[in-house]
Design a protein around this ligand. Structure first.
Ligand SMILES: *[C@@H]1O[C@H](CO)[C@@H](O)[C@H](O)[C@H]1NC(C)=O
Ligand SMILES: *[C@@H]1O[C@H](CO)[C@@H](O)[C@H](O)[C@H]1NC(C)=O
Ligand SMILES: *[C@@H]1O[C@H](CO)[C@@H](O)[C@H](O)[C@H]1NC(C)=O
Ligand SMILES: *[C@@H]1O[C@H](CO)[C@@H](O)[C@H](O)[C@H]1NC(C)=O
Ligand SMILES: *[C@@H]1O[C@H](CO)[C@@H](O)[C@H](O)[C@H]1NC(C)=O
Ligand SMILES: *[C@@H]1O[C@H](CO)[C@@H](O)[C@H](O)[C@H]1NC(C)=O
Ligand SMILES: *[C@@H]1O[C@H](CO)[C@@H](O)[C@H](O)[C@H]1NC(C)=O
Ligand SMILES: CC(=O)N[C@H]1CO[C@H](CO)[C@@H](O)[C@@H]1O
Ligand SMILES: CC(=O)N[C@H]1CO[C@H](CO)[C@@H](O)[C@@H]1O
Length: 898
């Protein structure tokens, strides 16, 4: 067995010590691995094989010099021994996480460890923060031990042998950074390096209030499926399986952390398959209050894990606050699962009434209890079994994805989110839920509860308590012994790369945002001020209309941090003055400044002319730095369409659909661009996607385009489909106007080209569908169009139903003869005479054919009489106005010939 592979896959998996399997010949790496998996990260740096390397190389770390370059050189020197360097990088990364995300605080301070005694601690700290800052975004300067993260990132860059450093080059376009790499199966070390580097970059991103640099694309491209393959190749199945699971969870989490939530879903589907997790959202009756006798309808997630690789380190879970309500139950009590009507809206999102659970959706729904599989139906809803950690994480990730892709403040969405959180929190054995998972679920429950009046109190209390508890300085609630403290670090950081990262100050920020949304602006400002987040303080003031106060704060921030591009850009936003955006771009290539400039040129203030060319140039600059931004590409594409630059528009919307392939408007715009470029086939493909992902009601324009393009390509099945959709969607508003008559005529022409088969079974799909459309759907919509009735009569005749065909002729005629314009407008008169002539001809030719009842039955025995009556009646109507016109003569002629 390959030692390197075994060690590094288990490190990536962050397996608990008692599951660790080490080969005999692992040497010192075995010890280092154990230290990491036991959470003793500082001991890795102090290990006898590592300390001398650090000590002997660190002479070049001089506090008064450029810290970033020094650390880069230091990293270069110690990276000569790749294996050892990787351990240093991993341990440093964990130390940073421990000190800012999970705790408890590590005893080894980065600056004391690396720099000589007496060095200027504050200055080194600030330089490290500056080195982590990028693209005009200042890394959060309250972060602890940023040096650990900086060191880790530098070493990983060296080990990955990147052609361009993300840390040393702050001003290049992102295309140059992305290095798509397909690893071969023996690139084991490279695989581990890429995986860790991707993790370290994601952690770096969490230091920014918002980010725009190339980091997202780099992190996404270096962690790809080939990495998992290379690392897992030849390992036993259990490990390979776990690597795949962790990989999918992590990719999904990274998408969420990068605000690319629509990319999260495919990974969630894959991981569902890997653990064969069973779950479904269904309706149930639930009691929520103590005195309730009748249960109301509610939602519940039924779930069962089928793949356990759980481990058994225990740690006390954070304190869960009780509601202590005289009224509310601690948790809802469920009865009568699956027999409750699920809100129709949830259900509508499902494609059809599936009898099997559709795991390709984010949150599968089962409407009826008989469609819930036995394995889930048999669960006790009030005491559901423990889930595996992986599946708990998956539920949380689904919760995040759902929230990020749904409208906020939607009661229905809140109910769905709450049912997900509840499934994680209320398991038969809560003592066994992992700390990170449990505390995160509590956190999410609090966020949801603070939106409801009855539970807001507990929500806020719980948030504050979690904020304190995770902020390890205040450890009033549980004080681990010194030994425990270490394994505590291991447990807490166990799933740190799979659950969306929330560093400590971010929890505070969320609390502040919550206060904001509750109108408690003062409390929010207090928190932001404590955290030193001046830009956010200013934005708070701007929100409540205190613009001048906001501007004052921002200006002060800028005078102290002249390179804070975000602050400068926000000042531009507050003042609406382009010069600040130019400056923010100049000093930091701050993407949002360019976006603001682009929008400014497109929506200029009064008195300034719109300048699309400039808008395009600015957005292009923004996109060259951050190419993974849906709304910017969309805006860019619209600029392209508007200025007739269709190649540009096509590229932009192609990017859009690559980022979110369910966005029907992007597909439709892409189609427009292709059409203008005469790429009909491509346009058709795009429209097909557009109609597949659209809500029918609102989308008739898309269907209309689809129809036109399909007709151009002679895709008759599709033309027919489009016709049907258009009629379905628009008949209530537009009636018969929803029917495209020339197209229907063309369709019928195609239909009758072949003979009607002797056996109905032999009808093709197109034939069946076209018959259904013309003879069942259309008659319900037609109001006064005789032309349509005649088209249908053709279909009926072709179907060898002459009686039905004749009826259509009668209707066609009636549609005209009832026209009140008949006596006033000669065109109408002419048309009606022609229709009459058609009808009479139909009587003549169809009347004596066999009728629908068979035997001696005829289509119309007294056809001659009827024909004469028809002519007479029309003549009496037209006598006054049209006697002696050509039409009149024609009628006389007809009557005579009968
Ligand atoms: C680091 O490496 C460079 C180039 O290999 C060498 O010149 C320099 O002396 C090294 N510095 C230390 C402190 O090892
Ligand atoms: C620096 O680190 C390397 C390991 O990459 C090691 O071989 C070397 O001995 C260390 N010390 C010096 C002075 O180069
Ligand atoms: C795979 O390896 C793990 C630990 O390395 C071991 O616990 C497990 O039993 C092995 N599984 C198989 C199927 O060999
Ligand atoms: C999951 O498994 C189902 C059934 O085996 C398969 O159809 C589907 O494509 C799989 N999905 C993913 C994302 O692997
Ligand atoms: C609950 O979990 C704990 C710790 O994992 C375990 O010791 C205990 O047996 C479990 N209880 C049940 C009822 O499964
Ligand atoms: C597309 O075709 C039309 C007519 O065939 C032509 O007038 C137009 O110039 C073409 N446009 C492009 C971009 O080729
Ligand atoms: C009606 O038809 C006759 C002959 O068919 C023609 O001369 C006359 O112009 C038509 N009237 C109108 C308004 O089209
Ligand atoms: C500013 C800030 O929130 N820093 C925190 C980083 O994380 C450590 C450990 O959780 C806290 O002690 C710091 O307060
Ligand atoms: C995988 C893992 O570390 N799981 C642990 C998470 O924490 C709980 C206690 O809080 C442990 O019981 C789990 O074993």
């Amino acid at each position: 067995m390959d030692v390197l592979r075994l060690i590094h896959s288990q490190l990536i998996l962050s397996l608990p010590l008692n599951k660790l399997e080490l080969p005999q010949d692992a040497g010192f790496t075995a010890e280092l691995t154990k230290l990491i998996l036991n959470g003793e990260y500082h001991k890795v740096l102090q290990h006898e094989t590592i300390l001398p390397i650090i000590e002997s190389n660190k002479s070049q770390l001089i506090a008064s010099e450029n810290i970033n370059e020094n650390i880069a050189n230091f990293a270069t020197n110690i990276s000569k021994d790749q294996q050892t360097a990787l351990f240093i990088a991993i341990a440093s990364l964990y130390l940073f996480i421990q000190n800012n995300f999970t705790g408890p605080q590590s005893p080894l301070k980065s600056i004391e460890f690396l720099y000589p005694e007496g060095s200027q601690v504050d200055q080194i700290h600030q330089q490290a923060i500056d080195s982590l800052s990028a693209y005009g975004q200042v890394a959060y300067d309250g972060a602890q031990d940023p040096l650990y993260l900086l060191l880790s990132l530098h070493i990983l860059e060296k080990l990955a042998n990147v052609s361009k450093s993300l840390l040393l080059n702050h001003f290049n376009s992102s295309e140059e950074f992305v290095e798509e790499e397909n690893l071969q199966q023996d690139d084991v070390l490279k695989a581990a390096i890429n995986w860790w580097r991707s993790r370290a970059i994601m952690i770096q991103l969490s230091l920014f209030p918002e980010f725009s640099g190339p980091h997202i694309s780099v992190s996404a491209s270096i962690l790809n499926a080939s990495v998992v393959k290379a690392l897992g190749f030849g390992l036993n199945e259990t490990l390979q399986q776990q690597l795949s699971i962790i990989y999918q969870l992590e990719k999904s989490k990274n998408s969420l952390d990068s605000n690319l939530e629509h990319l999260a879903q495919p990974h969630l589907s894959s991981v569902r398959n890997l653990t064969n997790f069973e779950f479904v959202l269904t309706g149930a009756k639930a009691k929520r209050t103590k005195f309730q006798t009748k249960a109301n309808s509610g939602l519940i997630v039924l779930a069962k894990s089928n793949y356990f690789v759980n481990d058994d380190i225990t740690e006390q879970s954070p304190e869960s606050y009780e509601l202590n309500s005289d009224l509310l139950l601690e948790k809802p009590h469920f009865e009568d699962i699956g027999n409750e009507d699920i809100d129709e809206q949830i259900y509508k999102k499902q494609k059809t009434d599936l009898q099997e659970i559709d795991y390709s959706t984010l949150l599968p729904v089962s409407l009826r209890s008989e469609y819930i599989p036995e394995s889930l139906k048999s669960l006790d809803p009030n005491n559901q079994p423990q889930l595996s950690d992986y599946d708990n994480i998956q539920l949380l990730l689904r919760l995040y994805t759902l929230r990020q892709t749904s409208p906020s403040n939607d009661n229905l969405v809140s109910a769905q989110l709450m049912s997900l959180v509840s499934r994680v929190l209320y398991q038969s054995n809560t003592t066994a839920i992992n700390y990170t998972i449990f505390s995160r679920a509590l956190w999410e429950r609090s966020i949801l509860e603070t939106t409801k009046a009855r539970t807001i109190e507990r929500g806020i209390l719980q948030m504050q308590s979690l904020v304190e508890e995770i902020g390890l300085k205040i450890q009033t609630r549980f004080i681990p012994t010194s030994n425990d403290e270490i394994s505590t670090a291991a447990t807490r950081s166990r799933y740190i790369f799979q659950i969306p990262s929330i560093p400590r100050w971010d929890l505070d920020t969320k609390l502040a945002e919550k206060f904001m949304s509750l109108g408690l602006i003062k409390s929010a400002i207090e928190i932001y001020e404590r955290l030193g987040l001046e830009v956010d303080v200013a934005l708070c003031h701007a929100t409540i209309g205190e613009e001048s106060k906001a501007i004052e704060i921002i200006k002060k921030r800028i005078s102290n941090h002249p390179n804070d591009a975000r602050a400068i850009a926000v000042l531009g936003d507050l003042l609406g003055e382009p010069e600040y955006w130019y400056k923010a771009w100049e000093i930091g290539k701050y993407v949002k400044a360019k976006v603001s400039l682009s929008k400014y040129n497109y929506y200029p203030p009064k008195g300034i002319e719109r300048n699309i060319e400039q808008a395009i140039i600015h957005m292009n600059d923004a996109l060259s730095i951050n190419p993974i931004n849906f709304s910017n590409w969309f805006f860019y594409g619209c600029l392209g369409l508007e200025s007739n630059q269709f190649e540009l528009a096509a590229e932009a919307f192609t990017r859009c659909v690559a980022l979110d392939d369910s966005n029907s408007l992007s597909w439709s715009n892409l189609a427009s661009a292709h059409l203008s470029l005469n790429k009909t086939r491509e346009a058709f493909h795009a429209l097909k996607k557009a109609v597949a992902s659209t809500d029918n009601k609102k989308s008739w324009r898309i269907w209309d385009n689809y129809l036109i393009v399909a007709a151009k390509l002679k895709e008759w099945d599709e033309v027919l489909l489009a016709c049907r959709r258009l009629v379905e969607n628009r008949k209530d508003e537009s009636g018969e106007g929803s029917i495209d008559i020339p197209v229907v005529e063309k369709l019928v022409e195609m239909l009758v080209q072949q003979d009607y088969p002797n056996d109905e079974e032999d009808l093709t799909f197109f034939q069946k569908s076209c018959i259904e459309f013309t003879t069942i759907m259309l008659p319900n919509v037609i109001n006064s169009s005789s032309r349509l009735w005649r088209i249908i009569s053709r279909v009926e005749l072709w179907r060898k139903r002459p009686w039905a065909s004749l009826e259509c002729h009668e209707k066609a005629y009636r549609a005209l003869s009832h026209n009140p314009e008949l006596e006033l407008d000669e065109t109408v008169w002419n048309d009606t005479v022609e229709a009459c002539s058609d009808l009479v001809a139909a009587y003549e030719s169809l009347g004596e054919l066999p009728g629908k009842h068979g035997a001696d039955d005829l289509v119309c025995k007294d056809w001659r009489y009827k024909a004469v009556q028809t002519i007479k009646s029309l003549m009496s109507k037209g006598r006054q106005s049209w006697e002696d016109t050509e039409g009149w003569e024609q009628l006389k002629e007809m009557r005579k010939s009968l």
